[in-house]
Design a protein. Structure first.
Length: 149
């Protein structure tokens, strides 16, 4: 059976939204100095923030992790795509980490590593916690099944 997962854009979108609020408060604090350009600054802040939030949302659809019977496939990219396919028997470690913001938003970073590599084979941020546990459980089950063959 084949399972596909996409990153959840909520963390990146939340960070941009908080940054926009902080910048808005800074501009509002200096409204007497800025006088006639306060509205312009606020418009620029929020237009750029909304464009960036939309970009994060759209980009999250172009990242995917797919688990099938024989391998884990990581695919990313819009114009140029990169695809990494790891057979279960080559995977040495599958873990996840969660920062404080990720724990609050119930997402984490998936890390899948292989032997002989000096860097992580797959590193995907903002996967839902429930999906992370399923992915790691499936990888461990399949990689141990391959060990027994």
């Amino acid at each position: 059976m084949k399972y596909s997962f996409h990153p959840n854009p909520v963390v990146g979108m939340t960070k941009i939204f908080i940054l926009a609020i902080i910048l808005t408060l800074i501009v509002y604090t200096y409204r007497e100095i800025l006088k006639n350009v306060v509205i312009t600054f606020l418009e620029i802040i929020w237009i750029i923030s909304l464009i960036y939030i939309a970009t994060i949302f759209i980009m999250s659809r172009f990242y995917s992790i797919t688990l099938d019977e024989k391998s884990v496939t990581y695919k990313r990219g819009i114009f140029w795509t990169k695809e990494i396919m790891l057979p279960y028997h080559r995977i040495t470690e599958a873990t996840y980490i969660q920062g404080i913001v990720q724990r609050i938003l119930r997402v984490g970073t998936l890390i899948v590593d292989t032997a002989g590599g000096s860097h992580m084979a797959i590193h995907v941020e903002d996967i839902k916690s429930s999906d992370l546990k399923m992915i790691i459980g499936e990888i461990k089950t399949k990689s141990h099944a391959d060990d027994g063959e």
